[in-house]
Design a protein around this ligand. Structure first.
Ligand code: ATP
Ligand code: MG
Length: 165
């Protein structure tokens, strides 16, 4: 049996986002690094701006119209011509078994992009994310921090467009 090497966070960037528009603009800019197979973890307290960032990412990828929070349905799906994006919010789950029972396992695959809010509610169920995004309230705005946790995440981060709020 081979021993798995530990995941090492290899690089990171952080920015101050003064208002909601800046959060969405950051998401739009970062959509350039999205590719099939990526899994992104979005952490941060209630109302930190996770869905706002996803809204920007999705609009940047070409999703038109409203981007709703998946807090109640747990999942919103977006089918683009060359990519399917799954936006999860696990805040309301009671046990990770609910995710297995819902058939979510197969949605995490090489052809989809999975964006996960509240991953800490399903830590034991989730595979390790490629990119970790954290948002925190800071003064009237938000501080956003992104880091890579896999070699693929590291490649994406290296090509991440620098964002100026
Ligand atoms: N940079 C920012 N500065 C100030 N307000 C912001 C910023 N980014 C987002 N917001 C606002 O914060 C509020 C919550 O945003 P959002 O719903 O995206 O948070 P969330 O982290 O997804 O919350 P939840 O944990 O409930 O899912 C919204 O009113 C949004 O406009
Ligand atoms: Mg949200």
């Amino acid at each position: 049996m081979t021993e798995e090497s530990p995941v090492v966070v290899t690089d990171s960037q952080h920015y101050f986002l003064p208002n909601p528009e800046a959060t969405e603009a950051c998401g739009r800019a970062w959509s350039a690094m999205i590719r099939p197979g990526l899994q992104l973890s979005l952490r941060g307290e209630l109302g930190a701006g996770k869905t706002s960032l996803v809204r920007g990412l999705l609009h940047g990828l070409g999703v038109e119209g409203a981007v709703k929070s998946p807090t109640y349905p747990l999942l919103e799906s977006y089918n683009l011509p060359h990519l399917t994006i799954y936006h999860f919010d696990f805040y309301r789950i009671n046990h990770p078994d609910e995710l297995e029972d819902a058939g979510f396992r197969e949605l995490f695959n090489d052809t989809s992009v999975c964006l996960v809010e509240w991953p800490e509610r399903a830590e034991s169920w989730l595979s390790p994310a490629d990119l970790l995004i954290e948002l925190h309230v800071e003064e009237q705005g938000r501080r956003i921090h992104i880091s890579a946790a896999t070699p693929i995440g590291q490649q994406c981060l290296a090509r991440l467009p620098h964002f100026c709020a």
